[in-house]
Every structure is written in structure tokens, then in C-alpha cells.
Design a protein around this ligand. Structure first.
Ligand code: ADP
Ligand code: MG
Length: 140
């Protein structure tokens, strides 16, 4: 399914909408470069799950954990380029224990479970427009 966002606030709303369709152990792979709104999307998703902590790109930590109605593991795979790097993030240990939201999924595509949800964000017709292509999840 394709959704259009015209602002960061609308992107957060898309995150909330996706959150409402989750059961608790999904892997959400985000694709799309710098400034596409991956963190804004994750902020909305986490807020809808009752997370009150600030959501920021976990660039240096590689993974941030948020506790809401479900546990959310928020990854940034920008610097993850080898299987060894990936193991050291805890990725495989977290699978099936909560919701994994992964920025820069491009870098770990071969490690994604087959049933992952894929969200590709691209630029729209104007500066603040983003196009969300969502695959692998039925949303309302
Ligand atoms: N439609 C939009 N959706 C999300 N962010 C937008 C949008 N339009 C403009 N922006 C801006 O783009 C930036 C997105 O930042 P961020 O969510 O950190 O992106 P990413 O994590 O993909 O690098 C923010 O500065 C935000 O204000
Ligand atoms: Mg980010």
C-alpha cells in the first residue's frame, strides 16, 4: 500500500497507523536515505504504543530500547556492514521478543526474516513530501 505524507507530523501519523496494526513481534525494515523521515515515523509508532521516552536516531548506540505496550528495539544500521557487526548489535537475540524497527535496512537486507514488513520512503513532488510504500502488513 502507498501513503503520502506532506509533513513530519503526517509521517508520525503514518507511524501511529502502522503501530495500531502490530501484534508485538514484527520486524519493520525501513528503507530510504538521510532525512526521509525514518526517525519521525518511528517516533509516531512508539508514541502510539505508549512510549514516553524521546525517540532519536540511535546512530551511536546502534539500538535504542523503548518500553511501551510492546518493547520496541530501534536500530540504526548505518554503520553495520558485516555479519559480525550485526551480531554485536543483538539483532538476532531481539527477534521475537518485541518489535524491531530498523533504519538503514539496506545494510542488512540479507539478514531480514522472510516475514518482515518493508517500508520504503522516497521523495514526493515537493520538499516536504514523502511517499511511503508499505509491504507485508494489512493496515486500516
Ligand atoms: N513529510 C515529511 N516526513 C518526515 N520528515 C519530514 C517531512 N517533510 C520534511 N521533513 C523533515 O525531514 C527530516 C526527517 O528527519 P528524520 O526523521 O530524522 O529522517 P531520517 O531518520 O530518515 O534521517 C526532519 O527534519 C523533518 O522535519
Ligand atoms: Mg534517523
Amino acid at each position: 500500500m502507498k501513503l503520502i505524507s506532506d509533513s513530519a507530523a503526517e509521517t508520525e501519523q503514518i507511524g501511529k497507523r502502522v503501530a495500531r496494526a502490530l501484534k508485538g513481534t514484527e520486524v519493520i525494515a525501513l528503507f530510504g536515505g538521510l532525512g526521509m523521515g525514518k526517525t519521525a515515523f518511528t517516533r509516531g509508532l512508539a508514541a502510539e504504543l505508549g512510549v514516553t521516552d524521546g525517540v532519536q536516531s540511535p546512530t551511536f548506540a546502534l539500538v535504542n530500547t523503548y518500553n511501551g505496550r510492546f518493547t520496541v528495539y530501534h536500530f540504526d544500521m548505518y554503520r553495520v556492514t558485516t555479519w559480525e557487526d550485526l551480531y554485536s548489535t543483538g539483532f538476532f537475540d531481539y527477534l521475537d521478543t518485541g518489535i524491531l524497527v530498523i533504519e538503514w535496512s539496506e545494510n542488512i537486507e540479507g539478514a531480514l526474516p522472510e516475514d518482515h514488513i518493508s517500508i520504503t520512503i522516497s521523495k514526493g513532488e515537493h520538499d516536504n513530501q514523502r511517499i511511503f510504500e508499505i509491504e507485508g502488513l494489512d493496515i486500516q
